[in-house]
Design a binder for this molecule. Structure first.
Ligand code: AMP
Ligand code: TRP
Length: 333
């Protein structure tokens, strides 16, 4: 069956291995199947839900686009664009915001995490962020949305909005409740400093993550210093969940090598931690450095990147506009 794929990544800098293994690698695999219709968006309107410096934002939009291209997304095969160039997303968010319920938004754990202790000081945009995300997805009739596990709850909200709209306006099947596509294994890449915390752009310690722009020496150094326990490398997967740092490093290795956790366990049983870490660093350098080199090369040609976004936006706006008009008609405008 052909799938309509939509996904987005925020241009907030420091794209890291979690973004790559949890999302972007999957975007590229989906693009490989010619039956799929893929749309990938740099969600810059989502980025401004927290304060952004204008110059840095512009730089980050180009960097995220360069990371998409360097990882293998091809503007001839997929629509690649940025959200702020397609006004229908914001309009759709308003229309759908009148369908979503306060109670639904109040359950969103990402808002609670990002707003922190002082909720009153968070932007209203941060609170209604999942409605804009629903608009992104529903305007394209996306059937499948590849995301990391942390976005599952937002996808459920998108499904609820679609179903309520269809039922309120008596138009079954009009808005399509999308399916999340979440990596089955190793769906959450954790911090290199704490195996119980997600690898994240916002972690103040750069040692906690492998950035897509890291160079060879930085990668080797970060893996050397990555937290581990003092037990031996495992003989089997028994009790592994008591060793969060090890399971994370084994997960990263398995994911990069496209192999199962058990194959990794067998490959390293009886060996030393340093053997494993050396091999992991080697594989990371092999996979990440070509991408980071390509990102740097692409960033030298800003005009090309801007052109990719501009032509992608024209294609996206055409699809999204049509759906917004249909939604407005159902509402009674
Ligand atoms: P964001 O940078 O928050 O826009 O995330 C972009 C994509 O990367 C989303 O699909 C996230 O779910 C995914 N992602 C972010 N951090 C991680 C992580 N540590 N492990 C797996 N996926 C992640
Ligand atoms: N909220 C997503 C994140 O933080 C980014 C995003 C915005 C998105 N709109 C989307 C992802 C639509 C998938 C589909 O990662």
């Amino acid at each position: 069956m052909s799938k309509k794929i939509f996904s987005g990544v925020q241009p907030t800098g420091n794209l890291h291995l979690g973004n790559y293994l949890g999302a972007i690698k999957n975007f590229v695999n989906l693009q490989k199947d010619e039956k799929n219709n893929c749309i990938y968006c740099v969600v810059d309107l989502h980025a401004i839900t927290v304060k952004q410096d204008p110059k840095t934002l512009k730089k980050n939009i180009r960097e995220t686009t360069a990371a998409f291209l360097a990882s293998g997304l091809d503007p001839k095969k997929s629509i690649i664009f940025n959200q702020s160039m397609v006004p229908s997303h914001s309009e759709g968010a308003w229309l759908l915001g009148c369908i979503a319920r306060m109670g639904w938004l109040n359950r969103m754990t990402q808002f609670k995490e990002k707003a922190g202790k002082d909720k009153e000081k968070a932007s209203v945009g941060l609170y209604i962020y999942p409605i804009l995300m629903a608009s992104d997805i529903l305007l394209y009739d996306a059937t499948h949305v590849p995301v990391g596990e942390d976005q599952k709850q937002h996808l459920e909200l998108t499904r609820d909005i679609a179903q309520k709209f269809n039922s309120d306006f008596n138009c079954p099947g009009f808005l399509i409740p999308p399916e999340p596509l979440i990596q089955e294994n190793f769906s959450r890449i954790m911090s290199l400093k704490d195996g119980t915390k997600k690898m994240s752009k916002s972690d103040p310690s750069d040692q906690s993550r492998i950035n897509m722009s890291d160079e060879k020496d930085q990668i080797i150094n970060k893996i050397k210093k990555a937290k581990t326990d003092s037990a031996e490398l495992p003989e089997s997967d028994e009790n592994l969940n008591k060793r969060p740092e090890l399971i994370n490093l084994y997960g990263i290795f398995s994911s990069l090598q496209n192999q199962s956790l058990n194959s990794t366990i067998n490959e390293f049983k009886g060996k030393n931690f340093s053997d494993f870490k050396n091999k992991l660093a080697e594989v990371l350098v092999e996979k990440i450095c070509p991408i980071s080199n390509e990102i740097n090369k692409l960033l030298k040609d800003k005009k090309y990147i801007d052109e990719v976004l501009a032509s992608g936006s024209v294609l996206a706006e055409k699809i999204a506009r049509k759906k917004v008009e249909d939604i407005k008609q159902k509402i009674g405008f």
